[in-house]
Structures are given as C-alpha cells and as structure tokens.
Design a protein around this ligand. Sequence first.
Ligand SMILES: [Zn+2]
Length: 51
Amino acid sequence: MCHYCLDCGWRLSTSDGYTDTEVSERAIDHFVETGHTVESVWLPPPVVANH
Ligand SMILES: [Zn+2]
C-alpha cells in the first residue's frame, strides 16, 4: 500500500518498510495535521489470478 499527498510531496509506502497499519495511521495523521488530501494506491499492484 502506498499513500501519497496531492498537496505536497508527502508519501509513504509499505515498500519503505512500514506495515499497512503504520502507513494508514501516518496518512491519517498527515491529513489531520495539514488538511491535505491523501490518496492511496496499491503498490505493488495486487496479483490478479489469470484464469
Ligand atoms: Zn501534504
């Protein structure tokens, strides 16, 4: 999971060594502290079974 801010360069990803929970909590903290809009995307994208 990767969270990133639309209003500044803030971003945090599970690929940086954080858990999903930590990334989500820090994203909420950033929103609360700054009022910025934080978007989230799956990185890497989820593996889709190819039937
Ligand atoms: Zn921001």
